[in-house]
Structures are given as structure tokens and as C-alpha cells.
Design a protein around this ligand. Sequence first.
Ligand code: ADP
Ligand code: MG
Length: 280
Amino acid sequence: ANFVAADYEKLQVLGHGNGGTVYKVRQKRTSAVYALKVVHGDSDSAVRRQIFREMEILRRTDSPFVVRCHGIFEKPGGDVAILMEYMDAGTLDTLLKSNGIFSEPSLANIARQVLDGLNYLHSHKIIHRDIKPSNLLVNRDMEVKIADFGVSKIMCRTLDACNSYVGTCAYMSPERFDPDTYGANYNGYAADIWSLGLTLMELYMGHFPFLPAGQRPDWATLMCAICFGEPPSLPEGASEEFRSFMECCLQKESSKRWTVSQLLSHPFVISNAPRSERRS
Ligand code: ADP
Ligand code: MG
């Protein structure tokens, strides 16, 4: 399909990222609403690398738990546009800010969907590397989908240096800062599990778990907390199942962390999550 900008009407800006802008757009002919991520050809090379990585991954993925891509368009000047399904409830980050903290049953529902998405990605040798609330999109049916593949990694040949500093450092796992200490049998996939654990804990507590509410730290403080501190734990009142699930995700040593398929059968996910027709 050929993308003709004039066929679409920009409705509003949904988000700004590293170099790109995401718009809510309407296709004039059909009135269908989409999200359109636009990166300009004159962006710096890091931004362009990110958008090409994202394009490569979105071209390959086809899962109800990963944001759908309806087309990728490259213009001669180097501008790139990715047409995606529009997720009308925003992100888990905006939902946290507008509706407040999440209950355990809704977190179990979120956990199961993100795990289904990670299961799909990991089985296709893709490591997301930037799982966090603002990269998890939601729609009105409370379907949760993984988005933003700008720093993801496709594992091809060997387990190469996937410990480079990409992603949002707050959600980065200990072995990505310090593979010698925390990365026995390092395979990269476990980093997504750590980030999922921190994400769920943040949605439960209402603030980033390594820090007291309201504090914005510098990079070094955070890295020290992640590498030298104990993993954060849930406040009183959390169920034993949730606590255990968190411990499985937030093992500092990456090889002790549970895998996606192990976590999908964890009691927290099994006993809380409603059955969904989407699994069929
Ligand atoms: P970046 O690499 O710039 O972080 P993202 O893909 O995460 O790019 O998009 C930035 C923001 O735009 C997201 O946090 C979200 O608020 C919004 N957004 C992105 N894609 C969609 C979509 N398909 N539907 C609704 N909002 C979206
Ligand atoms: Mg993002």
C-alpha cells in the first residue's frame, strides 16, 4: 500500500519520543483511526537506527499482544512513518497517573498479557529491552500490548553484547550494568523479566520502586541501588502469591529469574487472571 499523507487527517499528538512524534490520525476515506509514528529524515543517526530497528521488528511480529502495524512508509527524503493500531486508553503510565494504583487482580491480568507478548517475542528471538509503563499500550477492553521496539534486539548468531546501555536505565536489570556479577549464563531474555517485575511493582505502589515517592534520582544513584541494593519488595498488604511472583521476577542474578513460560504458570497469574477469549 502506498501512504499518501493527504489521505489522513492529524487529530492530535499522542506522544513525543526520542526524535519521533506519534499522532492520532483518521483515514479520510474510511474514518478509521490509527496511530502514526513519524520520524524525519534529517534526524540524527541514533534516532534513525532506532526507527529502522522498530520497522524491522514490527514487520515480523503478528501477535494480539504486540501493537499491530498496518504499514510502513518511507519517503525519498528519508522521512519514515509507521501506521499502527490506535490504542484508545493510552499507556499504563498515563492510566496510573489518571486512575491511580492498580489492584492485584488487574495486575495479574496485565502480567498475563505482557507475559503472552514476551512469550511471543522471546520465542521469535526478540528481546524488547525497554519494558516499562509508558511502552505498554492499553485499549478500552483492557487489552495490553507491547510497543516501542526502538532499542530491541534480535538475537541472531551468538549471544553478543546485549549489555550495552540502551533502554531506560531505571528499568535496566543488574546484569546489564554488571554482567560479571549478575549474569552467569547470561542470555539477555531475563532482562525483560526484571523490567516487567519493576513495572508491575510501580503500578501497585504508585511510584518507582527503588525510590521514595516523588524522588527523581541521578543515574549513578539509581545504578548503585540496582546493583548493590536488595531488590525492592512489596509493601505490607500484598498477597503471598504476588510477593512470590515478584521474587521470581526480581532476582538480581539473571539465571535465577524465572522465564516467561515458567511465570505464565505461576499461581499469581493462574489464580487471578480471568480467562480471555483472546487466547484461542
Ligand atoms: P518512543 O520511542 O518515542 O518512546 P513510543 O512508541 O513509546 O515511542 O511512543 C511514544 C508515546 O506515544 C507512547 O508512550 C504513547 O503515549 C504514544 N503512543 C505510541 N504508540 C501508540 C499507539 N499505537 N496508540 C496510542 N498511543 C500511542
Ligand atoms: Mg516509548
